[in-house]
Design a protein around this ligand. Structure first.
Ligand code: ZN
Length: 192
């Protein structure tokens, strides 16, 4: 801000250049900022039917060396301790699983977590990538955030741009690792 003010005082050409640069930066930033809607939204083609959303069986499979189980536990607790009528518990056989979470090293992609959860698909799946830069940074807080975020997709939540929502689609921007009030409201309106 200080530099812009100083340029305005020095010369008219400086103003034009500064403005042009500012506008270019705004356009560039907007293109990134609006990749997702600002607020979290519900995709009704993903998730479960109302009434069939409680007590889903979740399985965890680890393939890479990094053990995500405690982070998946964290996410499961977030789902179960939520006032919305959604819950899950660990089962023991793949055939009965409603949700399968696997962790591995996928070095050819940039995501740290991904989910696939159309209503008609069983089991719905979450992949947690131990090779991604954000997961490799090793923060337990971040891994909890990633696991919780992916589990909200299982119940139909979309990515958003709000850094203060667990649905924020950018791991590096997300300021929270617990289910946030915006998501609780959406879950309750769909499932309760
Ligand atoms: Zn996401």
């Amino acid at each position: 801000m200080y530099k812009i003010v100083k340029k305005i005082k020095i010369s008219g050409q400086g103003i034009t250049k500064t403005l042009a640069l500012t506008i270019a930066l705004l356009v560039f930033n907007s293109a990134i900022a609006f990749a997702y809607p600002y607020n979290a939204t519900m995709d009704y083609s993903w998730g479960f039917d109302k009434g069939a959303s409680r007590g889903k069986i979740i399985m965890y499979y680890q393939y890479g060396a990094m053990n995500w189980r405690s982070h998946v536990d964290f996410g499961v607790n977030q789902i179960n301790n939520n006032p919305a009528a959604v819950s899950c518990y660990y089962g023991s056989s793949y055939n009965s699983a409603d949700i399968v979470v696997s962790s591995n090293y996928w070095t050819d992609v940039t995501w740290s977590g991904s989910a696939y959860a159309p209503k008609s698909v069983k089991p719905k799946t979450v992949k947690l990538n131990s090779a991604s830069s954000s997961a490799k940074s090793g923060s337990s807080w971040l891994c909890n955030s990633i696991a919780t975020h992916e589990l909200t997709h299982i119940w139909g939540l979309n990515d958003c741009d709000n850094s203060n929502s667990i649905c924020c689609g950018y791991d590096s921007s997300r300021n929270v690792n617990t289910i946030t009030n915006d998501v609780t409201t959406l879950l309750k309106s769909r499932y309760n």
